[in-house]
Structure formats: C-alpha cells, structure tokens
Design a protein around this ligand. Structure first.
Ligand SMILES: Cc1cc2nc3c(=O)[nH]c(=O)nc-3n(C[C@H](O)[C@H](O)[C@H](O)COP(=O)(O)O)c2cc1C
Length: 339
C-alpha cells in the first residue's frame, strides 16, 4: 500500500498526502511586496495539481528583510489581501497552505537597503559588508516577525514556516561561520539559537497554538568549522519547547561552498534531525521520481517529501505520481476525463 498519498495530521492541520511544494522565490512583485495574479495562478495551479502542502515563497518581514525588491512582503496590512485570495482558492482544491517568513540579513541584494547581520562579515566579495546588529536591532526584527505572523493568521494560512536556512538572517545567527558575536547571541549552541527562540516565542504569541509552526534549517554548511546536522538537531532541541511542530531540512548557502548534489542528497540530514529531535521532518532535494519519494516515506526516513524544481516543471506531478504508484486519488472533476 503506497504511503506517499496517505494523510497526515499535525495539530489541526490535516494533509491529504505527503507531497510538499517548498518555498521558491518567483521574483514577481513590484517594489511593494504584494501578491498579484502571477502568484495566484502559480500557487492555485499546484493546488489543482494535488500538492498536499504548499509553502509560499520567502516573504520579507521588513523591507530590508527582502532578498530582492521583487520578493513578497508582510510588513504592512495592505499586503494581506493578495495572499488571502491565494490561500482561500488553494484550500478549495484540497491543498493546505503555509508561508515562509524570512529576513535576508547580509544576503539582501537591494542596494538602497541597510544590511544587518550577527557580525560585520560579508557573504562574499559580491555583497556589501553588513552592520553587526545591536540588541535593539534584534528586538526590532523580532517584533517585525511577530507583526508579520499576525498578518499570516489574518490571511487564513494553515501553517507558518520560519526561514532559518540558506544563510539568511536567522541562519546566520545559527552558524559559527557567520556569527562571531561575543555576547549572549554568539558562541555556544544555546547562544546561537537564542535569536531563533525569541522569534519563535514572539510568533507564538500571535500565531494560534493549534496551528503548526515549521522551521526550515540548513543542516550542513559544507565547510569545516561550520554546522552539521547534529548541531542543528541540538539547537532545535533547545528551541522546540517554544512551539516548533515540524522541521524542514535543507542545507547550504550559509557561506560559499561546493556541494555534491545528487537525488536525495539532504535526506540523510533529515533522518538525523528526525531521530535526535523526535519531531516530524520534511526532506528532499533533487527528488523527481514517485518511487523515490515513496521510499523515503515508507522507510520512515522523513514524514513529508518536498519537490521544488520538479513542481515548477510539472504542477500536476502529484496526480501523475499517484497513478504511477497505483494509488486512486481524487482528481479535480474538471480533469476527470484525462485521468
Ligand atoms: C527558483 C528557486 C527559488 C527558491 N526560493 C527559496 C525560498 O524562497 N526559500 C527557501 O527556503 N528555499 C528556496 N529555494 C530552495 C528550494 O525550496 C529547494 O530547497 C531547492 O530547490 C532544492 O529542492 P529541489 O531539488 O526539489 O528543487 C528556491 C529554489 C529555487 C529553484
């Protein structure tokens, strides 16, 4: 009996299957960070295509928290409506919808914005040198996350993901390669995870307890002296009581590093984090085949599987995958004759 299309419940979130569309920037807003018809068509198509959980692309909690000036944002109330329209429509087709809240930190590429980071170290020679954050800056950004989370609830999202991966602000604090602070936000695992814990706590003050909170991490820095999956598991164990329900395991992009990628290259990191934290995990990376996704779920290496670029190529991947696995699933009635 295939398991990729079995349901899963986390708190009050009931997913129809284990297929996740991970957040992927589409660089399609104007400078106002508002969702438009592009985002509507893009995400609703994946809901029609049968995805279980759609996680909307990295969304800035501050203007300077955007990666580019074409990113989505949730730093003001006017940005809620466009997202709400997407959520409501996706839900009609049986998908559940989350959004990734993030802050670009030292990887903000907008020339006019102030670059902030744990320490005054640029990502590489193509980036400006950021300013090391003061404690007041940390409080300001934490409050921006809280306010954005309030808007996530107003838009009707089913789950909220914190972007603590890929060398953006929260990820910078977690990694000893980007965080050289000597105060209580740098050094030990506990100190490096402190800002993430404060952000989780602030979000949890406005994000309903019965709705899941997902944290996305880079489990491997691919450089000696950097983080490995065991480090991330330890830091998640230090913050999970603040209200983390699922860990979304990615890797890299904290510092420039060569990565040996192959189908499923990050699944082993997800397994370590699942075992060490006891939390459900989302795993993936270069997954394209239904059988590979099925293997990951059946062998309990992860609870959910993400397919990024494959879902960009083929929004109907879940419908086709179910067929290949010999599993009967509900199709949109409009497409029944093509089943
Ligand atoms: C165009 C593009 C945009 C992306 N944007 C984000 C993002 O906003 N947030 C994030 O956490 N990861 C982002 N990623 C990484 C993906 O979520 C995913 O981890 C990566 O593509 C590897 O999975 P895949 O091999 O299935 O595509 C992006 C990837 C792509 C290709």
């Amino acid at each position: 009996m295939p398991k990729l299309f079995s349901t899963m419940t986390v708190k009050n979130l009931e997913l129809r299957n284990r297929v996740v569309m991970p957040p992927m920037c589409t660089y399609s807003t104007d400078d106002q960070g508002r969702a438009n018809d592009w985002h509507f068509v893009h995400y609703v198509t994946r809901a029609v295509g049968g995805v279980g959980l759609i996680i909307i692309e990295a969304t800035g909690v501050e203007r300077r928290g955007r990666i580019t000036d074409t990113d989505l944002g949730l730093w003001e109330d006017g940005q809620v409506e466009g997202l709400k329209r997407i959520v409501t429509e996706c839900q009609k087709y049986g998908a559940k919808v989350a959004i990734q809240l993030g802050h670009a930190g030292r990887k903000c590429s907008i020339p006019s914005e102030d670059l902030i980071a744990p320490s005054a170290l640029p990502f590489d020679e193509n980036y400006k040198t950021p300013r090391a954050m003061t404690k007041e800056d940390i409080r300001t950004v934490t409050e921006s996350f809280r306010q954005a989370a309030f808007r996530v609830e107003q838009a009707g999202f089913d789950a909220l993901e914190i972007h603590a991966a890929h060398g953006f602000l929260l990820s910078e604090f977690l990694s000893p390669l980007a965080n050289r602070r000597e105060d209580e936000y740098g050094g030990s695992h506990e100190n490096r995870a402190r800002f993430l814990k404060e952000v989780i706590t602030a979000i949890r003050a406005v994000w309903p307890q019965e709705k899941p909170l997902i944290v996305r991490v880079s489990a491997e820095d691919y450089v000696s002296g950097g983080n490995h999956p065991e480090d991330l598991a330890k830091m998640i164990n230090l913050v999970k009581s603040a209200g983390v329900d699922v860990v979304h395991v990615s890797s890299g992009a904290v510092v420039p590093a060569k990565i040996n990628t192959y189908p499923g290259y990050q699944v082993k990191y997800a397994e370590i984090i699942k075992t060490m934290t006891g939390l459900p995990v989302i795993a993936g990376g270069l997954i394209t085949s239904p059988f590979m996704a099925e293997e990951i779920i059946q062998n309990e290496r992860a609870d959910l599987v993400f397919l990024g670029r494959e879902l960009l190529r083929n929004p109907y991947w879940p419908l086709q995958a179910a067929k290949e696995l010999g599993q009967e699933i509900k199709w949109p009635f409009q497409y029944e004759r093509s089943r």
